[in-house]
Design a protein around this ligand. Structure first.
Ligand SMILES: C[S@@+](CC[C@H](N)C(=O)[O-])C[C@H]1O[C@@H](n2cnc3c(N)ncnc32)[C@H](O)[C@@H]1O
Length: 152
């Protein structure tokens, strides 16, 4: 049953139905990374069954219009991972202000200290913090999904 709608945005969206794009994604798996290749294959197979809509857009400018397309009676969830480190601290602040102005649940998965206002629990070697609404750390995680440690 189709219970929800998903849409994303990226400066350079990749197409899971394109063999070239899938080959490129496979090239990004570093040698000796355990079962990451299998997880990627599983994710690609799942995404090919239900290809996501991903718009070519900048997170600073594209989010409000995309969020406005969500059904009015739906819970809007804004989720992002491994992207805010690529923009300046000032743009991270502007993005956080944009998300906070939306009627949304905000889930972030970024490096410690990257999401403005989200505390980073001390934990040696944790590359990612899963956060809610820009203020509550929920879990520490490996950036490539190998492990996740819930904090609450
Ligand atoms: C390390 S990849 C992470 C991809 C994906 N979010 C994930 O977690 O697997 C970083 C992505 O951020 C995108 N990106 C970088 N700056 C962006 C911006 N200003 N607006 C939208 N996407 C951006 C890049 O095109 C790239 O796809």
């Amino acid at each position: 049953m189709d219970c929800c709608r998903r849409a994303g945005l990226d400066l350079n969206p990749l197409d899971v139905t394109s063999d070239d794009d899938v080959r490129w994604l496979s090239c990004l798996v570093w040698p000796g990374e355990g079962d990451r290749e299998q997880r990627l294959a599983g994710a690609i197979a799942a995404a090919r069954r239900h290809p996501p809509v991903v718009h070519r857009s900048d997170l600073l400018t594209g989010l409000p219009a995309l969020a406005a397309q969500a059904p009015a009676d739906a819970t809007l969830v804004v989720y992002h991972s491994a992207v805010l480190a690529y923009v300046t601290p000032g743009d991270r602040e502007r993005f956080a202000a944009t998300v906070r102005a939306l009627p949304a649940v905000w889930l972030s998965s970024e490096g410690p200290g990257v999401v403005p206002g989200l505390p980073s629990p001390p934990y040696e070697g944790a590359p990612f913090v899963l956060g809610r609404d820009g203020h509550t750390p929920l879990a520490l995680a490996d950036g490539h999904g190998t492990w996740l440690h819930w904090l609450r």
